[in-house]
Design a protein around this ligand. Structure first.
Ligand SMILES: [Zn+2]
Length: 99
């Protein structure tokens, strides 16, 4: 049976997560309570549930937590030259100073 993994607030976000899960061979479904598509604006308030098989739940949870951590990498400012960088860069491209 399928159980709820995560609730997101747009179908696009849900599909991104589902594609990460399918990369790991985990089947997922989305369950959106939008009254059969008649009221798509309701998605914004009610969210979209991502469902996975019970046996895949722990693995799926790890995968989405890794993805969440990656997107949360915040930008940083070089302490030497004040250049602003995105979180994935470890070294200033401007002056070579490490983060
Ligand atoms: Zn710098």
């Amino acid at each position: 049976m399928f159980i709820e993994l995560k609730v997101v607030y747009s179908e696009i976000e849900a599909q991104i997560i589902m594609s990460h899960l399918s990369d790991e061979n985990i089947d997922s479904l989305i369950d959106k309570d939008d009254a059969g598509g008649m009221h798509p604006h309701l998605q914004a308030t009610q969210g979209v549930s991502i469902l996975v098989k019970e046996e895949d739940y722990e693995k799926a949870k790890e995968i989405i937590e890794i993805k969440d951590n990656q997107t949360e990498q915040s930008s940083w400012t070089c302490k030497k030259c004040n250049e602003i960088h995105q979180g994935q860069f470890k070294v200033c491209w401007n002056c070579g100073e490490e983060r």
